[in-house]
Design a protein around this ligand. Sequence first.
Ligand SMILES: C[S@@+](CC[C@H](N)C(=O)[O-])C[C@H]1O[C@@H](n2cnc3c(N)ncnc32)[C@H](O)[C@@H]1O
Length: 297
Amino acid sequence: MAESFAADWLDLREPFDAAARAPALAEALMGHLDAKARPRFLDLGAGTGSLTRWLGHFVGRAHAWVLADADPALMARAFEATAEGAEALGWRATTTKRMGPQKAALLVHAPTGAWRIEGLLTDLAAAPEGLPLGAVDAVTCSALCDLVSAPWLERLAAALARHRLPFYAALNVTGRERFSPPHPGDAWVARGFARDQRRAKGFGGPALGPAAPAAIARAFAAAGYRVLRAPSDWVIPPSAGAMARALALGHAEAALRHERREAWRIEAWAEARAAAAEAGRLSIRVPHQDLLCLPPS
Ligand SMILES: C[S@@+](CC[C@H](N)C(=O)[O-])C[C@H]1O[C@@H](n2cnc3c(N)ncnc32)[C@H](O)[C@@H]1O
């Protein structure tokens, strides 16, 4: 079963995701797609569409997206948030009619050309089965690969290699978060959280967690790809109390699944961290890495 995520959490993290992703890799992807008059992207685990709203600005011409996700509520929010985002920029957003096999799509009328966005409700557990790999020019994802298993990733790499498609994977966690100031419960929470990162999340095996960047690099290099990497850490300053609080509570909840005997320590940690966040005294750094895998020419 697909791991579920709250739309509010994805909305809250969107500006931090946008600030963290490495523009150099987005530009390198666009360089690779230079010859495509109207590039088509497939975003895996698209959630509320945060990657589209960021990466779309790098394309600079008309282009198309297929947003793939298992959660219909997140998909609905993706369309709503992208239309709202367009209107906030002074761009029109319209919806096409469903025509036979062609799905209804959102059209964002950007000054450099329209962004056509359609949804694909699917459980990615069986991917690449069911993905329209023959009808896109690049496959992307953001904050997805820590959930998947090594065999899943190897299958995806082999399928993308057959279609000579680039793979762009943003925001892969690489290691332990740093909460400041330190707290005596940090190590307990980190231990439980690290165990939770490896919990199977519906992709046919233990989740990669912070092993994702190395696993992506290995799988795509083995398929002959050139792999580029760039740091994309989340930096949560004390002024971002709501984000710091949500992140700390999320860590505690994950840690509690595995450290039942130390529940009292973790609960005390969560209370102290929430109070510090609300008082503007908690900062957090979450190490991430973006990867861009380019097929052999
Ligand atoms: C951490 S969220 C990232 C969302 C979005 N890419 C972003 O950066 O905000 C992971 C996303 O993967 C989706 N997901 C998880 N397991 C899935 C599965 N088996 N099939 C399809 N989508 C899945 C979730 O619904 C969620 O939208």
